[in-house]
Design a protein around this ligand. Structure first.
Ligand SMILES: Cc1ncc(COP(=O)(O)O)c(C=O)c1O
Length: 429
């Protein structure tokens, strides 16, 4: 078999998978260890045909896959790998660029900077911010907090009780202490409770992981400015919504941030992984990370993106984002984001109107938090039964100590019929 023939078969496999993904059980129906039991204990001595790899995908891998591409994946933050992004990943692997300095891949370096500028324009961010890509928001936040520590020498990271765990993990890694701020009644950081003593950074979240609450960024920006504290905004999920002007209310104050993370792999239809980090203080990131060994010294006067984060070797991640932005355009992104929100609003209405069910938090974007009347255990069992049907996958959170179900819409293939089916399953579980 040749590369071309195997490639055609692989593409056919991918196309068939995407056509059929809505029929698979969304949450993998396997036990820990099941996959390894089916794999040979040792690698092959001699090379095998690629067709055998494809066969094992169907027999071993797909049955043990939780299908993030399913239209009824409603857990965590539902996302989608759009087709142009999937194809661009193939091409990125084909080029196999390693972008540690400009000359090792000029196209990688410049396309990354350029797509970040494009995305900033699409999201209505200030012109002139420096943007680059990290793998995940966890690493983007590590980079931002390292820059903050470098910039002001503080030793505390301040964030709300609902900030993502990656903030505390980044602080721990950087030898910083985390100071959690209590919430207001709508699960936003309560600005009256902020103490910035010895703070390096305050992390404000636009779109918290539990309820997608929006912290009051303008007043937090005032406080940070007065105290000389770095303001990092975590808009990993909700930042993509800013492509729609009617959702830019949630961007208020973000223009005053020192750094901002938005995950293109969460709600910008780009395959995992692609986390976008912008800063208006690139010199602080360089101060934290730039360290050029002799073998990488060059005389060209070009920017090296490895100066802005922990990794030296960098994948050609911008290629997939570029492909999605080009093939969808502003309009295509807006249509998809608006549809996700419309569907979430619809589901929210069904919960509101159904006796015995309760909405548990405001819904700014496409995530609905709700529960059925009854105990935490009953709601937990309800979720387990619903997920065990294979028809859908939802996850949960805890609000004010209570067990709460979350329905997150974000997959571009999700239709109204999918959301209705989910509601049906939940009602009868
Ligand atoms: C608000 C927020 N920030 C950060 C993260 C971490 O994202 P990543 O998995 O890209 O590290 C998440 C993950 O869901 C999130 O919801």
């Amino acid at each position: 078999m040749t590369f071309r023939e195997d490639g055609t078969a692989a593409l056919e496999w991918a196309a068939r998978y995407l056509e059929q993904v809505g029929e698979f059980p969304v949450l993998a129906q396997v036990e820990p260890g099941d996959v390894r039991k089916r794999l040979p204990p040792s690698p092959p001595e001699h090379g095998e045909p690629f067709a055998d790899v494809l066969r094992d995908l169907d027999e071993i891998i797909v049955p043990a896959t939780t299908h993030w591409q399913s239209p009824r994946f409603f857990a965590y933050f539902a996302n989608s790998a759009a087709e142009p992004g999937i194809l661009a990943e193939l091409i990125a692997a084909t080029l196999n660029s390693v972008g540690f300095i400009w000359r090792t891949s000029p196209a990688l370096t410049e396309l990354e900077a350029h797509t970040l500028d494009w995305t900033a324009q699409l999201l209505g961010l200030p012109l002139g911010w420096h943007g680059h890509i990290e793998d995940t928001a966890s690493v983007s936040t590590i980079a931002a907090l390292a820059a903050a520590r470098e910039a002001n020498g503080g030793r505390v990271v301040v964030c709300s009780e609902e900030a993502h765990s990656s903030v505390e993990r980044a602080a721990r890694l950087l030898g910083l202490e985390t100071r959690k701020v209590p919430l207001d009644a709508e699960y936003r950081l309560d600005p009256t409770a902020v103490d910035l003593t010895e703070a390096a950074a305050l992390v404000a979240t636009v779109g918290t992981t539990s309820t997608t609450a929006v912290d009051p960024v303008p007043v937090l920006a005032d406080a940070c400015e007065a105290a000389g504290v770095w303001l990092h905004v975590d808009a990993a999920y909700a930042g993509s919504a800013w492509v729609c002007p009617e959702l830019r209310w949630s961007q208020a104050g973000v223009e005053r941030a020192d750094s901002l993370v938005v995950n293109a792999h969460k709600w910008l239809f780009t395959p995992m992984d692609c986390s976008l980090l912008w800063t208006r203080k690139p010199e602080a990131l360089r101060a934290a990370f730039s360290l050029v060994p002799e073998y990488l010294r060059t005389s060209d006067d070009a920017e090296n993106l490895s100066d802005y984060g922990p990794a030296l070797g960098r994948r050609f991640r911008s290629l997939k984002l570029w492909a999605v932005l080009r093939c969808y355009g502003r309009e295509g992104l807006q249509v998809r984001i608006r549809e996700a929100i419309r569907l979430a609003e619809l589901f929210e209405g069904w919960i509101r109107d159904e006796p015995g069910w309760e909405l548990c938090a405001p819904r700014p974007f496409s995530v609905v938090c709700f529960r059925r009347d009854g105990s935490d255990d009953e709601n937990e069992d309800l979720l387990a039964r619903a997920n065990a049907t294979g028809e859908l996958f939802l996850s949960h959170t805890r609000l004010d100590g209570r067990y709460v179900l979350r329905l997150a819409i974000g997959n571009e293939r999700t239709t109204e019929a999918d959301v209705r089916r989910a509601w049906d399953v939940l009602k009868h579980s």
